[in-house]
Design a protein around this ligand. Structure first.
Ligand code: COA
Ligand code: NAP
Length: 262
């Protein structure tokens, strides 16, 4: 599953907000496999308990809504008290759905901005005095931060803000706390892509535009998170790492047009 050495994260403690499913659960699972004690949290307590059970005996599953500062602070404090100071914190909770701006109420827009952007701020703001430095924080952002996408005005606005939270905290909290982002491309088997590409035609259209010509795997995002939390990334902070098969570079679908002109 990984080229990282066994025991790389022995003695480390990780907290993954939104770590009860999908990409973030993959990161939590990987950190645990490399030796870390891992706490995951989401809104649904049963889902959190299932995720912790899946990760292993040393895992903690907690329920907290990242929009509620007191709730996420409580979960972080519990993780600190059960496992010790936190070495790694991942802010990955997010919500998304496709809707045109004119089909979106103010509350619909606010809901996604609150989960993604305020939730990232809350998670990071609340963890700072619980960290074991040098610490590594990672926010899970998305290509929507830089590339405007129709039907996702809420996620575009929210993730653009997340990128600036990453960069601002890298400045304010360095050198002891490194703050980076991972921007995944479309990842197979996730709730996010089930919502954004709900049929084979939409999937094919997405794949066509990606230089790598395929969707990514959850494990490939876990690889990037492992790298960013390892000493191999000790001089990296304030960076958004695109793990997207080249999607952010440009539209590979246009190669077909270019080939026709050659
Ligand atoms: N189109 C338009 N508006 C929508 C919508 C859709 N598909 N889905 C929800 N909304 C609106 C609701 O109508 C509501 O607005 P209103 O009060 O004006 O009617 C608002 O969004 C909030 O909805 P609610 O269901 O109360 O929010 P929630 O906090 O319970 O759930 C969501 C948050 C909507 C983001 C939900 O989809 C969710 O929990 N997502 C998590 C999983 C996920 O999105 N994973 C992918 C991550 S990339
Ligand atoms: P997912 O499986 O739906 O995971 C979302 C997680 O966040 C769940 O654990 C969910 O648990 C939790 N969550 C949602 N709202 C929350 C809230 N208000 N408070 C606390 N926890 C909350 O999603 P995914 O598709 O794997 O996406 C994970 C991350 O990757 C997101 O940040 C997303 O924007 C990013 N991303 C995904 C893709 C992709 O291809 N899927 C691409 C680019 C970026 P509960 O529902 O129990 O709360």
């Amino acid at each position: 599953m990984t080229t990282f050495r066994d025991g790389l994260f022995d003695g480390k403690v990780a907290f993954v907000a939104g770590g009860t499913s999908g990409i973030n659960l993959g990161i939590a699972r990987r950190f645990a496999a490399l030796g870390a004690k891992v706490a995951v949290c989401g809104r649904d307590p049963e889902k959190a308990a299932r995720a912790a059970g899946e990760i292993g005996t040393d895992a903690l599953g907690m329920s907290a809504d990242v929009r509620d500062y007191g709730a996420i602070r409580g979960a972080l404090e519990q993780a600190r008290s059960d496992f010790g100071p936190l070495d790694f914190v991942v802010a990955g909770a997010a919500g998304n759905f496709l809707a045109p701006a004119l089909g979106m109420s103010a509350n619909a827009f606010k809901t996604v901005v609150d989960i993604d952007l305020l939730g990232t701020f809350n998670t990071f703001r609340a963890c700072h005095d619980l960290l074991n430095t040098p610490a590594s924080l990672i926010a899970i952002t998305a290509g929507q931060a830089e590339q405007a996408m129709a039907l996702q005005i809420h996620a575009c606005a929210a993730k653009a803000g997340v990128n600036q939270v990453i960069r601002t905290l890298a400045i304010e909290w360095g050198p002891d706390v490194r703050v980076n982002g991972i921007s995944p491309g479309p990842i197979d088997g996730t709730e996010g892509m089930a919502r954004l590409a709900p049929n084979p035609e939409m999937r094919a259209a997405h794949e066509h535009r990606i230089p790598a010509k395929r969707w990514g795997e959850i494990d490939e995002i876990a690889d990037a998170a492992t790298f960013l939390c390892s000493s191999a990334a000790s001089y990296i902070t304030g960076t958004i790492l695109d793990v997207d098969g080249g999607s952010s570079v440009g539209d590979a679908g246009r190669m077909d047009i270019a080939k026709g002109l050659a």
